[in-house]
Design a protein around this ligand. Structure first.
Ligand code: 2HA
Ligand code: ZN
Length: 270
């Protein structure tokens, strides 16, 4: 598959996917086949991607994602382990190309690895974000223990309450996740209902926490997506560590937060 292996920009992106997959496993956020990644690589592969023959028959998506017509994605494989994606993304995921109406996909490289059970949700999200004119390339889903733990508490099933609690643990959280985190009430994994509820939260946030399941981040850059989740997880750990030590963490004061926003000219959420 020299079209891929001889494309330095594409291979660099594949290395970044491997790097992040390794972080997810190392963080303990990716038990067994937990989590999945999709990255829009259409621009990186260029016209060559359109000429590649398919390895499988077209698989209908059950809906027409018109803004994704002809787009090409790397998607982690169903049942595949993140720790294996980290070692060899081409053996634990595949490149897929959507057809001319965005209603079906074919696997074009390198092996016929069936995409993640969350493929339909990932593609709905990619499609919708393109329609919102966002240059979003990445959808990253993983299972961060500390953040999921917080969703078992009713107080934190409110996006605003959770965002302020996490922001107030360390200044970096307010800076690195300026749109905060949206919360989606429990839905069955892999369903379109979960994708639709997520899309509602993605109007105001780039990171969405799924009750009793995991987290999903979108962005232009996979490392930035990881960093946002990692920073939220750090805040959750500080909160939970303080609680375990027997006290309620004070959190940054309103004055400290206002000074931070002014000092770094941070956006103020609606
Ligand atoms: O890929 O994490 O949500 C396994 C999952 C499903
Ligand atoms: Zn999951």
């Amino acid at each position: 598959m020299s079209v891929i292996r001889n494309n330095p920009a594409l291979m660099a992106e594949m290395n970044r996917i491997s790097e992040v997959a390794g972080y997810l496993w190392g963080k303990g956020w990716a038990e067994r086949n937990g989590g999945n990644i999709s990255v829009n690589i259409t621009d990186l592969i260029g016209d060559e991607g359109q000429r590649m023959s398919s390895l499988t028959r077209a698989q209908p998506l059950g809906r027409s994602l018109q803004s994704l017509a002809g787009h090409i994605f790397y998607v982690t494989g169903t049942g595949k382990r993140m720790r294996d994606v980290a070692q060899d993304p081409f053996s634990h995921g595949s490149l897929i190309r959507l057809n001319a109406c965005g209603g079906a996909y074919e696997i074009i490289a390198e092996k016929p690895i069936i995409p993640s059970s969350e493929l339909a949700s990932h593609l709905c999200i990619h499609n919708c974000l393109i329609e919102r004119n966002l240059d979003n390339k990445v959808v990253l889903h993983t299972h961060p223990t500390d953040l999921i733990a917080l969703t078992h508490c009713n107080d934190f099933l409110d996006s605003e309450a959770l965002t302020w609690k996490l922001w107030s643990m360390i200044p970096e959280c307010r800076m690195i996740v300026p749109k905060g985190v949206g919360v989606v009430p429990y839905e069955t994994p892999g369903t379109i209902a979960l994708a639709e509820a997520t899309l509602k939260q993605l109007v105001n946030h780039d990171v969405v926490l799924w009750e009793k399941h995991g987290i999903l981040a979108v962005g232009e850059d996979i490392i930035d997506c990881f960093d946002a989740i990692d920073t939220l997880s750090k805040s959750a750990q500080i909160y939970l560590n303080a609680k375990q030590a027997g006290f309620e963490p004070q959190g940054m004061t309103k004055k400290q937060m206002d000074e931070l926003v002014a000092a770094f000219d941070l956006p103020i959420p609606d």
